[in-house]
Write a new protein. Structure first.
Length: 114
């Protein structure tokens, strides 16, 4: 996953270098949310087994009931990446600590806001 995040960050920096001149901040905020959801989905898919999913969510601070309900769910990965359990466990700060760059922050830095 570290390699995937490194490649993604490199791609995002280049993408912001090209499209960062645009002034539509809302589009970049939406894109940032979509990327974070996609990364959550990749982590969820990587964990594979329900027992692993529950254990990892509990370690990340999700409540026991939510972790069990989400970990045993048979819904699609994309759907589960937006549940309360995955968002409280895999927070934006946690994703940042894993090495994910924020498109929103890169855009703000390119425009001199940060």
């Amino acid at each position: 996953m570290a390699r995937r995040l490194t490649d993604l960050n490199r791609y995002l920096r280049g993408w912001i270098g090209y499209f960062g001149l645009a002034r539509q901040f809302d589009d970049f905020a939406d894109l940032d949310g979509w990327i974070r959801r996609r990364v959550r989905m990749c982590y969820w898919k990587q964990w594979r087994k329900p027992r692993t999913k529950v254990r990892k969510l509990l370690a990340l601070g999700t409540s026991r009931g939510q972790a069990i309900r989400t970990g045993l769910s048979s819904k699609a990965y994309w759907h589960l990446a937006r549940t309360l359990a995955t968002q409280t466990g895999m927070t934006n700060d946690w994703l940042k600590s894993q090495g994910l760059s924020s498109v929103r922050d890169l855009w703000m830095k390119a425009h001199g806001y940060a």
